[in-house]
Design a protein around this ligand. Structure first.
Ligand code: HH2
Length: 283
């Protein structure tokens, strides 16, 4: 049963996820014409709601609804357009009792999404905008702090190089999370932002060294789903064909402490996690 957060916490117990061995799936619902692997498929609100319900039936713990693509160079949409895309979908899914998160970098969009029933803000801008913190506090909603080297994640590909990608990412999310918790945000999830302004080697290093992120003590969400680096590693060009490669990357992340996986193919991940958790109880 999902319960509202009652106190400042940085673990998943606020949502009834008690065991540290529990890994949860966040199903991706892109209500966009231009997302990199499923653009245009769920722009129609009825199709989007149907897909959201399908993701839950397949084992998603939450559905992450987004109305603006973050793919490299994607055109930014107006706040009204983003809201027109996502609010009807969130209203219906939340009304069904689905745990909805909202994928946005814009405080105004996050606020309307929360008023429509979203229970978690997935801030792909990494809480750079102080208004996002204010809104999360005002509505007592927890936040995913994702690392992107730029405030607009669709421009992250313009970023060139890190001193030390793992140290830079850990420092960024640690600083943002600490400030948000101090301001009264009820809970924080951190995310290395795989693929955002990161080379193949950067993404591999972030997964290999994920324990440095989990060591912060916040639940870690990882989103490798269908991204170019898994396609490159696996030799798969077509983004829609990268789910098997995605699962390999995600299980490597789970082995290093990831608790939430943001995925397109929920059914396949549910199968993989059942086998994983039956075999690997050491985490
Ligand atoms: N990746 C994407 C979008 N939102 N949010 C979090 N927290 N972590 C991620 O890794 C992440 C994210 C990009 O994937 P997708 O939603 O499939 O594509 P698009 O941005 O083109 O809609």
């Amino acid at each position: 049963m999902l319960t509202a957060p009652t106190e400042s916490t940085s673990d998943l117990r606020q949502w009834g996820v008690d065991s540290p061995d529990d890994v949860r799936l966040v199903g991706i619902l892109n209500v966009t014409p231009d997302s990199f692997s499923d653009g245009g498929r769920y722009l129609d609100p009825a199709r989007a709601v149907e897909h959201g319900r399908e993701l839950v039936a397949q084992g998603a713990w939450a559905v992450d609804v987004g109305g603006e693509s973050t793919r490299p160079g994607a055109a930014s949409v107006s706040i009204d357009e983003e809201l027109d895309r996502i609010v009807p979908v969130i209203t219906q899914l939340a009304g069904d009792g689905v745990f909805v998160s909202v994928d946005t970098r814009r405080p105004d969009v996050a606020e309307h999404a929360v008023l429509a029933g979203a229970r978690l803000i997935n801030d792909v801008g990494g809480l750079r905008d102080p208004r996002m913190v204010e809104i999360a506090v005002a509505h007592s909603v927890s936040v995913v702090v994702m690392h992107s080297p730029t405030a607009d994640p669709a421009q992250a590909h313009r970023h060139r190089g890190y001193d030390d990608v793992v140290a830079d990412v850990v420092e960024f999310v640690a600083t943002q999370a600490a400030a948000a918790l101090a301001a009264g945000v009820p809970g924080i999830v951190v995310d290395p932002g795989l693929g955002f302004g990161k080379t193949l080697e950067d993404n591999v290093r972030l997964i290999t060294h994920l324990d440095e992120l989990t060591a912060l003590g916040h639940p870690v969400l990882v989103g490798a789903s269908r991204k170019r680096f898994v396609g490159t590693l696996a030799g798969v060009d077509d983004a829609a064909d990268r789910d098997v490669a995605t699962i390999a990357a995600h299980l490597a992340a789970v082995a290093r402490g990831a608790r939430l996986l943001r995925v397109h193919d929920v059914a396949a991940h549910t199968q993989a996690l059942r086998v994983w958790t039956a075999i690997d109880t050491r985490r």
